[in-house]
Design a protein around this ligand. Sequence first.
Ligand code: ADP
Ligand code: MG
Length: 182
Amino acid sequence: RRGWIEVVCGSMFSGKTEELIRRLNRAKIARQRVEIFKPALDTRYHIEDVVSHNATSIRSTPVPLAQEILLLAGGCDVVGIDEAQFFDESLVDVCVQLANHGSRVIVAGLDMDFLGKPFGPMPALMAVAEYVTKVHAVCVCCGEIASYSFRMAASEDKILLGETDAYEARCRPCFLEGMQEK
Ligand code: ADP
Ligand code: MG
């Protein structure tokens, strides 16, 4: 069996989870064995569901460490991972091993943090993946294509779980403008 890695990346509200769910549902229709994982710290909506901002959802398994995915996903045709940016670098090796053993691995995550810097294991995952899809949100300021997640709250922590109240999708000029005003 031939395995490979697909990455779906972009800013907040860009439709990463939507796209991940779409791909996984199609694999299910093809009667493939599908498992979905997410980092245990992401508990915004449902502890065991991966939920998109437009409210589509899929059953998932929260795991505290990337290595646990190897133990739980053995023999799956398709392995989905959402919010991949919150795992540490060991996720890269986990995905490579799964693909080497014949799984199709679909990883969704933020490519940049709220400062516009590459986020966690995402850049390395994009390097080793066969396919990389960058999806885009709509800039809430001007309506152009957005690839940045602008944090409205003042916190400096890299991880600040939040929703529409904490972040907004912005294009490059509107992101820069917001950063200068801070
Ligand atoms: P992600 O996983 O990338 O954060 P989701 O798949 O959860 O994105 O949500 C995408 C959905 O978010 C869109 O289909 C749309 O309904 C909604 N949405 C809310 N704000 C925006 C925005 N500024 N740009 C695009 N979509 C938005
Ligand atoms: Mg998402």
